[in-house]
Design a protein around this ligand. Structure first.
Ligand code: ADP
Ligand code: MG
Length: 284
């Protein structure tokens, strides 16, 4: 049977916008030691905008990028399509391919276009320069010929820094960020919000491996992961406690999670920990 206190705890958490899928997760919550966060959409708003366009023909570059990204639902893709601002003739586009953690490749009027990070360029043997920019780089290439790049910047959620400080106050010993984004962008975000450890440039499968390492090293205690993407589902399922964003989160992430944050804000994790600790006191 389920102890009554659990129902009270789950009810109290739901009033704070936290959906807890079972009483046992209250137990894990109150004993958490380490919280691992996905960056995009979790610590940052996930609302990207194009801050720089760099190439010989910038209008053409933006047009190719927008056409290439027009089938992708990735926030990066949507920011590029939005910046382009013109109608996209889908009849010109064929052979759409999205490569997780890399970018996209499509055929536009018979010419193959690539838009994505340096890994995508390397994968197709396209020579692209290393660029030092504050943001995510999207390289654009046509028929394996590098054309230029766009810089896409994301904004940190205003509440992230305080929420992380609060978690430390509530006894969380370590915070970690896992991201597919570049090292430079990732550490820049981590420094601003106060994250202890950063693992960048991870593919979806790397994220699972990284969580396995964190879980098995013996020093991290009970580990939660907080994420929102389709790619995050295996990681959410693997850790001691999976926490998903309810509004922006993908269906797969919400399904795989043990706890869902209805307000897409990590503030509520502190509220949930407080409820869990209080529930424990009532039951003892
Ligand atoms: P995260 O949520 O941590 O940013 P993702 O796996 O969603 O991780 O993306 C990792 C990286 O892959 C992005 O930072 C970007 O460089 C690249 N990427 C993924 N999808 C796209 C896309 N549609 N267009 C351009 N780049 C992309
Ligand atoms: Mg993500």
């Amino acid at each position: 049977s389920v102890p009554l206190g659990y129902f009270a705890g789950i009810g109290a958490a739901s009033k704070k916008g936290v959906l807890i899928k079972g009483g046992n997760y209250l137990e894990v919550l109150k004993d958490l030691d380490t919280i691992v966060f996905d960056k995009t959409g979790t610590l940052t708003t996930g609302t990207f905008s194009v801050t720089e366009i760099n190439g010989n023909d910038e209008d053409a570059l933006l047009r190719y990028a927008a056409y290439a990204e027009s089938y992708s639902t990735h926030p990066i893709a949507q920011s590029i399509v939005k910046r382009y601002g013109k109608a996209i003739d889908k009849a010109e586009i064929s052979d759409v391919e999205e490569i997780a953690g890399h970018g996209v490749s499509v055929v536009v009027n018979g010419e193959r276009i690539y838009a994505g990070n340096i890994k995508l360029m390397n994968k197709f043997n396209i020579q692209a320069p290393t660029v030092d920019a504050d943001g995510t780089l999207v390289y654009v290439a046509k028929d394996n010929q590098y054309l230029g790049y766009l810089v896409i910047a994301d904004t940190i959620k205003p509440s992230t820094k305080n929420a992380l400080a609060e978690l430390k106050h509530l006894g969380i010993k370590k915070t970690v960020m896992l991201t597919g984004d570049r090292e430079k962008t990732a550490s820049h975000v981590a420094e601003q919000v106060g994250i202890d450890e950063v693992h960048a440039q991870l593919l979806p499968t790397d994220k699972v491996n990284e969580i396995e390492k964190i879980l098995s090293n013996g020093k991290n205690g009970k580990v939660a992961f907080v994420g929102d993407g389709i790619n995050d589902a295996p990681v959410l399922a693997r850790c001691d406690l999976g926490i998903a964003m309810g509004g922006i989160g993908s269906e797969a992430a919400i399904e795989a999670a043990d706890i869902v944050l209805m307000k897409d804000n990590i503030d509520a994790i502190g509220d949930a920990i407080r409820v869990a600790k209080k529930t424990q006191k009532i039951m003892n």
